[in-house]
Write a protein that binds this ligand. Structure first.
Ligand code: ZN
Ligand code: ZN
Length: 423
């Protein structure tokens, strides 16, 4: 019997794991610079937390959720996205009673039953931010500016920012009437799924990936032509804010982001080297979600960043802004007595934060040197009979081949100096 990872999941190994960690690290750093505090929500929630806000006609709710019953028959769902749980928590913990806006960030694993492809698994990682409790367009600008800044810091250039406005309850009414009229005429030529979407939420037809549907929808009425004055002003101010920060954007009339909860600003950032589905982050405003979930009417805006896809872009672009954390020192013990002394020295090295290792098998000196090579150790320390007798250690610098003898008691300070110099 052979055990394998379930379809759509995978083991993440070095060096990819270092790229991912770097994305996590840089994101957290930046989130805190922008004044966000972390929130950790459970890995699974009651299913309604997602169905209500994301919408029944969305791809996520209609076919991608990992939903199961627990032992008491309660329906639970592994989180497919991060915003709905934050909103649930905002209400549950009565954060609306505090001074607003509140700025939260999250990092974690999400789950969607999707067709697996590069950078898109059924388990994936996201980091994201939410600014809850302000309708100011500058909050939208800050959200976008933060992600653009993050990509810059990660070394990803040639990103493209795509923006659109989805309007509010008021302007959407008239638009949906006209969209429905248009879709009714075309419904025979739209796919089955689109016909299902038309019944539940016609805006979801813009999620369709079927060419025929896309072609028909490219001539549909667009929401931006229906924006009320308030929404129009909001959108203009977002674009002005972006301009003042020298952030370039592209309008996409049909960008709706596959969630029902978005209002006003929506946006995506795409990166090269990812092919057709090239978005590495997406977000927008969700002014009614908190009210829909039973809280007070509280406008909010947020973004989610795909960690796996961002790491993949960096790898494909050949970006490596961090140095490898290889072993610095490898210890070679030539006999059992030396080995006993070596484990004490190894322990001391590590307590002094010098990345080091040794071999526990009884390989010969050649085998141990090979291992040091494989680990890319910069220094090899050799403990043999002579060294033991004289309380010394032989040291070999692997880059230059230079050898020296160092007092056992001085070796840690000596190495610390060496390592400091070489950095
Ligand atoms: Zn409006
Ligand atoms: Zn379709």
């Amino acid at each position: 019997m052979k055990f394998q990872t379930p379809r759509g999941t995978r083991d993440i190994l070095s060096p990819e794991v270092e790229f991912r960690n770097y994305v996590f690290e840089k994101s957290r750093e930046l989130f805190e610079i922008y004044g966000f505090k972390e929130i950790v929500t459970p890995t699974f929630e009651r299913t309604e937390v997602f169905t209500k806000g994301i919408g029944e006609a969305s791809d996520i709710v209609s076919k991608e959720m990992y939903t199961f019953k627990d032992r008491k028959g309660r329906s639970l769902t592994l989180k497919p996205e991060g915003t709905a749980p934050v909103v649930r928590s905002f209400i549950q913990n009565k954060m609306y009673g505090k001074s607003l806006p509140i700025k939260l960030y999250y990092c974690g694993q999400m789950f969607r039953y999707e067709k697996p492809q590069a950078g898109r698994g059924r388990e994936f990682s996201q980091v994201g931010i939410e600014i809850i409790g302000t309708s100011d367009p500058l909050a939208d600008v800050e959200t976008i500016a933060l992600v653009m800044n993050l990509y810059k810091q990660l070394g990803i250039d040639k990103t493209k920012l795509i923006v659109n406005s989805m309007g509010c309850r008021n302007c959407r009414k008239k638009y949906l009437q006209d969209l429905n009229k248009y879709l009714e005429i075309k419904s025979k030529n739209l796919c089955e799924n689109c016909n299902f979407r038309i019944e539940k939420n016609p805006l979801r037809v813009f999620d369709c990936k079927v060419d025929q549907c896309k072609k028909i929808l490219s001539k549909s009425p667009i929401l931006r032509d229906y924006l009320c004055n308030e929404c129009e002003d909001h959108f203009k101010n977002v674009l002005k804010g972006l301009e003042s920060l020298k952030i370039k954007w592209q309008l996409d009339n049909r960008l709706v982001r596959g969630f029902d909860y978005y209002t006003k600003t929506v946006f995506e950032v795409t990166a090269p080297k990812l092919g057709a589905q090239d978005a590495i982050c997406g977000g927008g405003r969700y002014d009614y979600l908190i009210e829909d979930y039973g809280g007070p009417l509280t406008p909010a805006v947020g973004v989610a960043i795909g960690v796996d896809r961002t790491a993949l872009v960096m790898m494909r672009m050949g970006i490596k802004p961090f140095s490898e954390k290889n072993i610095q020192v490898f210890l070679i013990a030539l006999n059992d007595t030396a080995k006993k002394k070596a484990i004490v020295l190894l322990d001391d090295l590590r307590k002094n934060k010098i990345p080091s290792d040794m071999d526990y098998g009884n390989r010969g000196i050649k085998g141990q040197f090979k291992m040091a090579d494989r680990l890319k150790a910069k220094y090899v320390l050799i403990l043999g009979e002579d060294e033991l007798r004289n309380n010394k250690v032989s040291l070999k610098e692997m880059d230059t081949g230079k050898q020296s003898i160092v007092n056992y008691d001085d070796v840690i300070n000596y190495l610390k100096e060496k390592i400091k110099e070489s950095n």
